[in-house]
Design a protein around this ligand. Structure first.
Ligand code: UTP
Length: 222
């Protein structure tokens, strides 16, 4: 099967080498049976740099490009942890990502163009490579009816439809560095191609496998 992961930058950032090796081992294990693509987010460094640039008067597209730089830094760290059997740098295009996967190599990507987040990159890549599933491994353990950090009554969905996800994600903003469960563009892309998706807590490395093969407690979108 072909799986495209959107691995939040907040999940990788701040981990020591040993812990990064655990993520690499989990991905290599999955790659023995499946074709694996991982799109890595920008996390804290992206937010810090974006905030600083914005305070200095930079425009949103400039801030987005800064964010993309941060995603590539994080992608390179994961590539370092994976060692061999991985494409040596984040591809700049979807076609190159597909080419790089030849021979069962894991492909790690960062951001692509301004105006979106790495969830959208993962969704577009999932379309491009005809993925069986897109897996969003992030800092929350599923999709909630409201931000669980702000609203204690927020309810987690075990399952939702693509159109439910589009509606929910549209309620959040598209400004550089914004926090939303899934980028609205990503939601629209997976909706138009009916790509099954899962949102799981990425801080638990076992969820990478469970999201792909079953047994997770996140949100299924189909
Ligand atoms: P992320 O995908 O990390 O966004 O990209 P995020 O919502 O902060 O996700 P987490 O916290 O890592 O899970 C960081 C920033 O980089 C820019 C955007 O500004 C985004 O907010 N970016 C990223 C782009 O402009 N285009 C891309 O393709 C990817």
């Amino acid at each position: 099967m072909i799986f495209v992961y959107s691995l939040g930058g907040s999940i990788l950032a701040g981990r020591d080498a040993e812990s990064l090796k655990e993520y690499a081992a989990a991905l290599k294990n999955l790659a023995q049976e499946h074709q694996i693509f991982v799109v890595v987010g920008g996390g804290k460094i992206a937010r810090e740099y974006i905030e600083k640039a914005r305070a200095l008067g930079a425009g949103e597209a400039f801030c987005d490009l800064l964010g993309i730089g941060a995603t590539k830094l994080n992608a390179m760290i994961l590539i370092a942890a994976l060692g061999k059997d991985v494409a040596p740098e984040p591809p700049e295009t979807y076609a190159r990502a597909l080419e790089s996967s030849a021979g069962g190599k894991i492909v790690v990507l960062g951001g692509m163009q301004p105006g979106q987040t790495t969830d959208a990159v993962a969704a577009l890549l999932a379309e491009y490579v005809h993925a069986d599933k897109m897996i969003v491994a992030t800092s929350v353990d599923g999709v909630y009816s409201a931000d669980p950090e702000i609203d204690p009554k927020a309810k987690k969905f075990d399952h939702m439809t693509h159109s439910d996800l589009v509606r929910l994600s549209m309620e959040t903003t598209l400004s550089a560095g914004s926090r939303s469960p899934v980028d609205p563009l990503a939601a629209k892309i997976i909706e138009r191609s009916s790509i099954p998706a899962v949102v799981v807590y990425g801080g638990n490395v076992e969820n990478l496998k469970k999201a792909a093969e079953g047994g997770h407690s996140g949100t299924e979108i189909s």
